[in-house]
Ligand binder design. Structure first.
Ligand SMILES: Nc1ncnc2c1ncn2[C@@H]1O[C@H](COP(=O)(O)OP(=O)(O)OP(=O)(O)O)[C@@H](O)[C@H]1O
Length: 537
């Protein structure tokens, strides 16, 4: 049902057409069986032959139409789902995404979407099979309503008794899906922690045995249980079905008088029914997995929607003079022991300043940077840009004032969304002494496979090309050699200031503090001091 409503969301009209033609095709197939059975029973073969040809053509054409429409629809729906989820992730609050975790999002974007894609691509065949089954039942009903009532009774008995097993199987599928989130976390440990694993044999062994193997075994166990239950449900259903055939063939003629041609009609129809029923049973796990995945997708979508930010197209970025933080706080809630609160912070930052933000590890500098750049919304208090409070309605616009290189920056291999020519980029590459390593052609970087220090210089190139009023660097110089570090503090920063830019630098390099206009020191989330630098060059 969830799958149908998922497809309906894509296009009600097309789904209705596809289901209708699918049913027509299935009904025609059932009609063919009725004709064959009648042809076996009486002599008007030539008339029946024409009807047979007609029905075969209808069955074929409607089947092709149904499949074509549904394949297109299903792929459209999955395409939309992928884009919608990606958009929702990109427009959700950063803090919320951090709490959800990458593994959870990756599992949904890859595994869940794929499970839905697999199920929806089998949907056209399911419709045709279902229609064939219904058509066959109708034919049985046309032969004798007593037999029809009996078959339906058995059918509902089989369904009711299978329901328990199907519910149990579905529960196991839900558990298996939870295991998948854990597995994705472990896969991340493998890719991100490969060096640490390779260098430490005992760590690798413990990780493989206690973490990966345990999660994989749990995933395997739940999947086996689910699939065995599905198979048992299928076999139980088949057993009842065989019982129905046996009853009709051997017991029923003794109870009521049935002409031999009607009896052969039943047997033929029942035998024909086996194929679509078998195929439907085989699809049960796929459908169940898709419904679990759709639930996961909906849950993620809902949680992302609740924390969605307004993404109004940003108006042009203005020149600014004053940025005020009034009673701003931000807390991380993990547990009472590890709770960290930044603030309360009251500060005014001015345009054109070079401000160094300093403090020990864990003092809150990066958190402060995320608040300043609008990546985190203050928990309490307000940020005002030239007197205008930054709220959820203008935070997207506010963020467009910043070019940043965070400590955990990401390097795109294309100059995405930048209004800069290859020549501009090449000029900056020369300044950053990377022109022999990297070329920019059609806005694409020839490589990003560089040393960490060189990668940071490439991130700086992107920040330069963004050309925004405020620059924020989170420990940019920490990976640079002494010469480049010196260049950064003594040339790059003053040049930016000279171009009218504001520069905020998170730094531990205290012997370069003289190149700042102001130093703000944080300690345990509080501003310890906020000093205008006296020795300004
Ligand atoms: N994503 C997060 N979830 C929960 N707690 C966090 C998160 N990021 C940081 N913290 C907590 O907030 C505190 C401040 O972290 P923050 O990264 O702002 O410090 P920092 O001054 O930049 O440190 P460093 O100099 O080591 O980079 C830390 O004690 C940390 O435990």
């Amino acid at each position: 049902m969830q799958l149908i409503s998922f497809l309906f969301r894509s296009s009600r009209k097309l789904v209705s057409i596809a289901i209708l033609t699918g049913f027509l095709s299935g009904a025609s197939s059932a009609g063919l069986i009725a004709l064959i059975s009648r042809a076996l029973g009486n002599g008007a073969v030539s008339q029946i032959a024409w009807a047979f040809v007609g029905l075969a053509i209808v069955s074929l054409i409607t089947s092709v139409i149904s499949q074509m429409v549904l394949i297109q629809l299903a792929q459209d729906a999955v395409f939309k789902l992928r884009l919608q989820l990606s958009r929702q992730i990109l427009s959700s609050e950063l803090r919320h995404l951090e709490q959800l975790g990458n593994a959870r999002m990756m599992a949904t974007l890859t595994e869940d979407v794929q499970a839905v894609a697999t199920a929806v691509s089998s949907f056209p065949f399911l419709c045709i099979d279902l229609a064939t089954v219904v058509g066959c039942f109708v034919y049985i009903g046309s032969l004798s309503w007593v037999v029809f009532a009996m078959v339906m009774g058995l059918f509902f008995f089989a369904f009711a008794t299978c329901q328990w097993m199907l519910n149990q199987a579905r529960r196991r599928m839900v558990f298996a899906r939870e295991d998948q989130d854990v597995l994705f976390r472990h896969f991340r440990s493998i890719t991100d922690g490969i060096k640490e694993m390779k260098l430490h044999y005992p760590r690798r062994q413990v990780f493989l045995r206690d973490e990966l193997e345990t999660a994989s075994a749990s995933f395997r166990r739940h999947n086996i249980h689910a699939l065995v239950l599905f198979a048992s449900a299928g076999s139980w259903g088949k057993l009842i079905f065989f019982f129905a055939i046996g009853f009709v063939m051997f017991a029923l003629p003794g109870i009521v008088s049935i002409p031999p041609e009607t009896l052969s009609g039943y047997v033929l129809t029942f035998t024909y029914l086996m194929l679509p029923l078998d195929k439907m049973v085989l699809k049960l796990p796929i459908l169940s997995q898709a419904s679990v995945s759709l639930q996961k997708i909906d849950m993620l979508g809902l949680s992302l929607k609740q924390k969605a930010e307004s993404t109004t197209i940003p108006s042009t970025v203005q020149t600014w003079n004053r940025l005020e933080l009034k009673s701003v706080t931000h807390s991380y809630y993990q547990s009472e022991d590890t709770k960290f609160t930044l603030g309360t912070i009251d500060l005014t930052l001015n345009a054109g300043e070079i401000v160094f933000i300093v403090g020990g590890n864990g003092s809150g500098k990066s958190t402060f940077a995320k608040l300043l750049t609008g990546l985190y919304a203050p928990e309490t208090g307000t940020i005002l840009l030239d007197g205008e409070p930054i709220t959820e309605h203008n935070r997207e616009w506010y963020r467009q004032h910043f070019s940043t290189v965070f400590a955990d920056f990401y390097l795109f291999d294309r100059l995405l969304g930048l209004d800069a020519s290859d020549e501009d980029a090449q000029r900056y590459l020369q300044q950053l002494q990377l022109e022999h390593k990297v070329q920019v052609v059609d806005g694409r970087l020839s490589t990003t496979e560089l040393s960490q220090g060189q990668r940071k210089r490439l991130a700086l190139l992107t920040a330069y090309l963004e050309d925004r009023p405020i620059y924020l660097f989170d420990e940019w110089a920490s990976d640079q050699d002494p010469i480049f570090r010196e260049l950064f503090y003594t040339e790059f920063l003053p040049k930016l200031k000279h171009r009218g830019k504001t520069v905020w630098v998170i730094s531990h390099d205290d012997h370069y503090f003289q190149f700042s206009d102001r130093v703000i020191k944080l300690d345990y989330g509080k501003v310890e001091y906020d000093r205008v630098t006296s020795e300004h060059p």
